[in-house]
Design a protein around this ligand. Structure first.
Ligand SMILES: Cc1cc2nc3c(=O)[nH]c(=O)nc-3n(C[C@H](O)[C@H](O)[C@H](O)COP(=O)(O)OP(=O)(O)OC[C@H]3O[C@@H](n4cnc5c(N)ncnc54)[C@H](O)[C@@H]3O)c2cc1C
Length: 484
């Protein structure tokens, strides 16, 4: 059996890893991973600059989602997992130009502790009253999908949407609470509402019933000692080098009887090698045949590839919106760091609600969030810009992005120090937007796909945007290819 994987981000790599394991167990399987760019890992990329570890894309994953840690165990690198420094886990929100600490007991956006909620300057008196009333809400089963904003507003009011839900969801999806589907992005909250009515009561009940972890509470985020690239490298090290074709963009897919046709845009050097091998030009094959195909690219690329195979599926996939983002890493000498406001030594960073009128969406104090990300005498900040409300940021030249970031960091943190270095990474159309009706659309993708035996879809456009979800999507796609 021959399997093609299109896309060498973590989704495609996870699929390749599972196929490689199967190949070692049985000689009848061959797979080829096509990756358009010259490197593997997609948005997962780590760099070291002046002793600092910089994540260009994801910096970690949620510890409670097991697929990533499980993959690390299979790869034999579980000892390289590192938990976030949760003793420093304070997050600030910018409110009217001032950084306000998120009150203790806030679970995502649900208050679970009375006194910190009463005393926090994060919410107005009206919102606090609303939170108190929410505690007595009756069970309610949602009728269809709605936006995350509408759902949160129903429970806690518009201020919580503006100051918490929107910035938190922008941090995860680069999207807006008004457009994201509550069923897709906050499914646990829907269950809580159906059972308890009040999210606060449900959260307290969940916390009470959770058995205490044997080794104390699990850190909320997990990363790799040498950064997320370490996971990519560990997967790649397990793969058959002959099965990997970097620098090879797939232009189109086709289907002939039960075979899948892959039309790769080979780099000239590969074609020359093939030509030399075949001696005669007539023998040169510009397409390849496979029994199974795993498309692990963003949905809009999958749409283009599948257009001539299944136009209806292609057009639905093409309707998936994506947001773009820019991450900027800035290294400072600890001695010269003159920030005030959120103390650089006691938090994970801050979020900026849209109502504050800034371009910055969030800033992470990297040196606090994970151990050994910066030498003792350095501080490392990472800021995020873009998202669905600011697609234009991608068009701004680097010097201007840096200027904007420094102006806003001065306004927010009072930080005037000159960074020792900076790095800017642009991620165009990288985050799928799970808009209202998303789960129905995914069910429709599945229905249409079932008419195309041998095709599997993986990636962040379907059942989860985070690294563990993408790993799971790749592993599941490989399992399906092996099963069918
Ligand atoms: C800035 C940023 C920060 C993030 N932070 C976090 C985080 O902290 N935690 C977390 O869990 N998640 C985070 N995410 C989300 C998560 O990292 C991604 O959803 C996930 O890594 C996507 O992996 P993927 O393999 O599906 O897609 P990608 O990484 O986008 O890989 C797709 C690959 O397909 C290739 N490709 C495209 N077209 C073709 C073609 N025609 N032929 C061949 N190859 C092609 C591309 O070159 C690319 O390598 C973040 C994402 C971004 C962008």
């Amino acid at each position: 059996m021959r399997v093609a994987i299109i896309g060498g981000g973590i989704s495609g790599l996870s699929a390749a890893f599972r196929l490689e394991q199967a190949r070692r167990g049985g000689p009848d399987l061959r797979y080829t991973l096509f990756e358009a760019s010259d490197r593997l890992g997609g948005v997962m990329r780590t760099e070291r600059v002046e002793g600092c570890l910089i994540e260009a894309g994801p910096d970690s994953f949620l510890s409670e989602k097991q697929s990533a840690a499980e993959l690390c165990r299979e790869l034999g690198i579980a000892d390289q997992l590192v938990g976030s420094n949760d003793a420093h886990r304070r997050t600030y929100i910018l409110v009217k130009g001032r950084l306000v600490e998120m009150p203790d007991g806030l679970q995502f956006m649900v208050p679970t502790k009375l006194w910190p909620t009463i005393t926090t300057p994060l919410f107005s008196f009206g919102t606090k009253l609303r939170m108190a009333r929410e505690f007595f809400a009756s069970p309610h089963t949602a009728n269809g999908d709605e936006s995350a904003a509408a759902f949160v507003e129903r429970h806690f009011g518009a201020e919580v949407v503006d100051r918490l839900a929107d910035p938190l969801l922008a941090g995860v999806y680069g999207g807006s609470a008004e457009r994201l589907s509550v069923r897709a992005v906050l499914p646990r909250f829907l269950d809580m509402e159906a059972r308890y009515g009040s999210l606060s009561r449900a959260m307290l009940a969940a916390m009470k019933s959770r058995p205490p972890a044997a080794n104390g509470p699990r850190p909320i985020f997990t990363s790799m000692k040498d950064g997320m690239q370490q996971l990519v490298d560990a997967v790649v090290a397990q793969l058959d080098p002959d099965a990997i074709r970097t620098g090879t963009r797939v232009k189109a897919l086709g289907r002939e009887t039960s075979q899948w046709i892959v039309l790769p845009d080979e780099p000239a050097s590969n074609i020359e090698t093939q030509l030399a091998a075949s001696q005669r030009r007539s023998k040169l094959r510009l397409y390849e045949e496979f029994d199974r195909i795993i498309v692990a690219t963003p949905a809009y690329i999958a749409a283009g590839l599948l257009r001539s195979v299944e136009p209806h599926l292609a057009s639905l996939l093409g309707e998936t919106n994506y947001s773009s983002s820019v991450t900027v890493a800035l290294g400072y000498a600890a001695a010269g760091f003159d920030g005030r406001g959120a103390k650089q030594d006691d938090g994970f960073g801050f979020l900026v609600p849209r109502s504050e009128g800034k371009r910055l969406l969030a800033c992470t104090f990297v040196h606090n969030k994970f151990p050994h990300r910066a030498p003792e005498d350095r501080l490392l900040l990472r800021v995020f810009l873009g998202g669905s409300h600011d697609p234009g940021v991608l068009q701004i030249p680097n010097e201007e992005i840096l200027r904007i970031v420094r102006v806003e960091l001065r306004q927010i943190l009072g930080l005037t120090a000159e960074p020792l270095f900076s790095r800017i990474y642009r991620w165009e159309r990288s985050m799928a937007q799970y808009e209202v009706g998303h789960l129905e659309r995914v069910a429709e993708f599945e229905r249409l796909r079932s008419g195309l035996p041998g095709l599997a879809l993986a990636g962040n456009a379907y059942r989860g945007i985070g690294v563990p979800d993408c790993i799971k999507s790749g592993l599941d796609a490989a399992a399906e290819a092996l099963r069918s």
